[in-house]
Design a binder for this molecule. Structure first.
Ligand SMILES: [Zn+2]
Length: 266
């Protein structure tokens, strides 16, 4: 197995934790830190077009509140997994609250795409054993809430009944830390070649790239992108995806990776 797994968090614009509560807000651009969803929606449309052009099926980890505001036809053909209800830090929630969040999140995915989710990513990539332990109750068999040290072999592992499909992290040629979350590229701090270099070190397994829809049109540091900036940003994502496919990595969703692992002869 040598796959490229493009994962996209579909969550509120530039989400931030709000002190005193568990639901996330959006970065304050002058009108308060209440959740905003417009960049998430615009970014989804851009990514949906790009993925269609490249014939890539992606995995969208969708947060319930954001998902309800989206045009769900844009997710057609892609996998939709869970990403909380209000983008909660689940490590700060009790077990009953965790179950409530999972139920709401699962219902939102079913409503939007007519299919129960199979995979999960914790908001902020913050996960604890209690959360992992209840995932099977909701039919979730794959988690992608962790980082894993970059290595020539990135074969998913089954931990406690759940397949873990982690996001790789390692060091670039200058020794600087890099993960396959495209965040710094959207903030003009990394170039596509950095990620291609990283992926070229994988000889077998699943190379998981992660991003957010809002990051296609909004920078955390610089605010809403101009049309030209957003086009250049989308061009960079295209370079990453095309470059990895040129290396022979085959696109797969997280659920497809689980299936490949379970069907594998042993
Ligand atoms: Zn998120």
């Amino acid at each position: 197995m040598r796959t490229l797994c493009f994962t996209v968090d579909l969550d509120r614009d530039v989400n931030i934790a709000i002190p005193g509560g568990i639901a996330a807000g959006s970065i304050d651009r002058g009108s308060g830190a209440g959740p905003r969803f417009s960049s998430a929606g615009k970014g989804l449309s851009i990514l949906s077009d790009l993925l269609d052009e490249l014939s890539i099926k992606a995995t969208f980890f969708a947060e319930a509140s954001t998902l309800r505001k989206m045009d769900s036809s844009l997710l057609s053909g892609h996998e939709v997994g869970m990403h909380g209800a209000e983008h909660e830090d689940l490590t700060a929630a009790g077990i009953d609250e965790k179950r409530k969040i999972m139920e709401e999140s699962m219902a939102a995915v079913k409503d939007a795409v007519g299919k129960a989710p199979e995979s999960f990513r914790a908001p902020y990539m913050k996960i604890d054993d209690e959360t992992l332990g209840i995932l099977p109750e909701f039919g979730i068999g794959v988690d992608s809430s962790r980082y894993a040290e970059m290595s020539p072999s990135l074969i998913p592992e089954k931990i406690g009944g759940i397949w873990e499909v982690p996001v790789p992290e390692g060091r670039d040629s200058l020794g600087k830390k890099i993960s396959a979350y495209l965040w710094p590229m959207h903030e003009s701090k990394r170039v596509p070649e950095d990620y291609l270099q990283m992926a070229s070190d994988m000889k077998e397994g699943a190379f998981v790239i992660a991003t957010h829809t809002w990051h296609m049109v909004e920078s955390r540091d610089k605010g809403i992108m101009s049309k030209e900036e957003a086009e250049a940003n989308a061009g960079n994502v295209r370079k990453v995806l095309e470059g990895m496919m040129d290396m022979g990595l085959r696109p797969s969703t997280v659920a497809e990776i689980r299936k490949m692992m379970e069907d594998r002869p042993r």
